[in-house]
Design a protein around this ligand. Structure first.
Ligand SMILES: [Zn+2]
Length: 96
């Protein structure tokens, strides 16, 4: 009954479909965080103030930087958080 509202996990992928982390909010009262993966580094608040409107990550498999506009990713995450039935989605980033 709407228990999922306000939470969401957006899986981020490079153009080849490799995971490059995820943006998530695990509870409605939590802040949004970027999780690069436990093996890569700690979670950080997202978006960062100094990202200049672009979210950037690095695909370890392709060894290439990837990016997407922060607004696009925020839009997708908001859609997900507004949904009562969906808590997961994925977004494909572009090579820089
Ligand atoms: Zn890749």
């Amino acid at each position: 009954m709407g228990g999922n509202e306000g939470i969401g996990i957006l899986q981020l992928e490079c153009p080849q479909g490799h995971g490059v982390g995820r943006v998530l909010r695990e509870a409605a009262f939590h802040a949004v965080q970027y999780d690069p993966g436990a093996a890569v580094g700690p979670r950080e608040f997202w978006p960062q103030e100094d990202d200049q409107g672009r979210f950037k990550a690095h695909c370890r498999h392709c060894d290439k930087p990837v990016w997407e506009s922060s607004a696009t990713l925020q839009g997708k995450l908001s859609e997900l958080m507004a949904s009562e039935s969906e808590t997961r989605a994925s977004a494909t980033l572009q090579y820089l």
